[in-house]
Design a binder for this molecule. Structure first.
Ligand SMILES: *Cc1c(COP(=O)(O)O)cnc(C)c1O
Length: 372
């Protein structure tokens, strides 16, 4: 494409994992939580989560959500409480677990589920709440204090942290020590992109052990299915790519943060924030997947996206339409979704990929300025 694509995924080059592939050929083990997978999981626990908790790889975050929800949901209960401002995979995972999504509004500033509204809803739904599934919006280091309390009080929490692998905050990596489940995506379009893949983390080792078993047909040690599982394992090929990516990740993250910083600089220079553009109030250092921003209140994001497209700049409006606006999910319950609906008219996701140049960022920002 002439012009600027929205994303230009760059999974690590094969030269960096040829040694791992040779090891795989020597071992004759190609899947089933093989040696490369074990090495990757061990390295993630030790290096990323500083020897705290446990992880299991999954073939994508959607499977990870399904497994985590199905293993921890309260039996007999009906609802999975979640924001509508998330990717379709979140409510889909709940449906696959036999639950109904129940959509909750987000907060104006951090675009994460509004905890006050959630609290009221939990109060009124009582025993019907099966699980709560917050989304750490766009990789933010969401404060999990409230959710840890919920989880401790017997309301299971599974965090959709699809874009948060590599997000570091005051207590280390996002999710570290949290005893619910945290689900990360390694899809090619995510910052830790390996093609297809994902990871479930928990500060509770037993919970990960259950998910590992569930991801391998619910087998006991004697290969007898003892509960409803499926196959969510990654192959050793995928583990090889993941291992090589781990080594390269600090540079990838730095490149993404640099581009995000350039957007902020050029938005500031062109006085865009005075004009009513708003960025997410996020926490922590984030390996940004793209640059998300709200356009001024008197504009519509789709018009701006169209204007950019007419100048060969590709953009998106993640996550608009919000889930409750999708045909499949429109029949499910929600309380007021006013903030979600307002943000859905303003959210714009701008290009971000590792080899972008400052000129690209400058050109995009100036195009946006010229529209006004
Ligand atoms: C990408 C994404 C997913 C799905 O991840 P897969 O690995 O592609 O299944 C789920 N939730 C959110 C919020 C995402 O951004």
């Amino acid at each position: 494409m002439a012009g600027i694509p929205f994303l230009r995924p760059k999974v690590i080059s094969h030269v960096h994992y040829l040694d791992f592939l040779s090891q795989m050929e020597d071992s004759r083990l190609y899947s089933n939580y093989g040696p490369l997978n074990s090495l990757f999981e061990d390295r993630v626990v030790n290096e990323v989560f500083e020897h705290t908790g446990a992880v299991v790889t999954v073939n994508n975050a959607t499977s990870g959500l399904m497994l985590a929800i199905s293993q921890c949901k309260r039996p007999q209960a009906r609802y999975a409480l979640m924001p509508s401002f998330t990717f379709a995979a979140t409510p889909l995972a709940a449906l696959w677990c036999g639950l109904e999504p129940y959509f909750v509004d987000i907060s104006q500033d951090d675009w994460c589920m509004n905890e006050n509204l959630l609290d009221e809803l939990i109060e009124s739904l009582g025993e019907q709440v099966a699980v709560v599934v917050p989304y750490a919006t766009f990789g933010t280091y969401m404060d999990l204090t409230y959710y840890q309390k919920l989880h401790d009080a017997g309301i299971p929490v599974v965090v959709d942290a699809a874009a948060s692998f590599g997000t570091i905050g005051e207590n280390g990596h996002f999710g570290k020590g949290f005893t619910g489940n945290i689900v990360f995506s390694f899809h090619a379009t995510k910052a830790f992109g390996i093609g297809e893949g994902g990871l479930v983390y928990s500060g509770n080792q037993q919970s990960i052990q259950h998910i590992r078993q569930a991801g391998n047909f619910g087998f006991s040690n004697s290969r007898e299915s003892i509960f409803q599982g499926m196959n969510s394992k990654i192959s050793e090929f995928t583990a090889a790519v993941a291992l090589a990516t781990l080594d390269e990740y600090p540079q990838k993250k730095a490149a993404r943060q640099q581009i995000y910083g350039l957007y902020l600089q050029h938005f500031t220079r062109l006085k865009m924030f005075e004009e009513g553009w708003v960025v997410q109030e996020s926490e922590g250092s984030i390996p940004h997947q793209f640059f998300s921003v709200l356009c001024p209140e008197d504009e519509l994001n789709i018009n701006i996206a169209e204007w950019l497209a007419s100048h060969q700049i590709e953009s998106r409006t993640y996550f608009s339409p919000a889930c409750h606006q999708h045909r499949l999910f429109s029949c499910y319950s929600s309380k007021t979704l006013q903030v979600t609906e307002r943000i859905c008219e303003r959210i714009l996701s701008l290009p971000l990929w590792e080899e972008m140049k400052e000129d690209d960022v400058e050109m995009i920002t100036e195009r946006l300025r010229a529209k006004r």
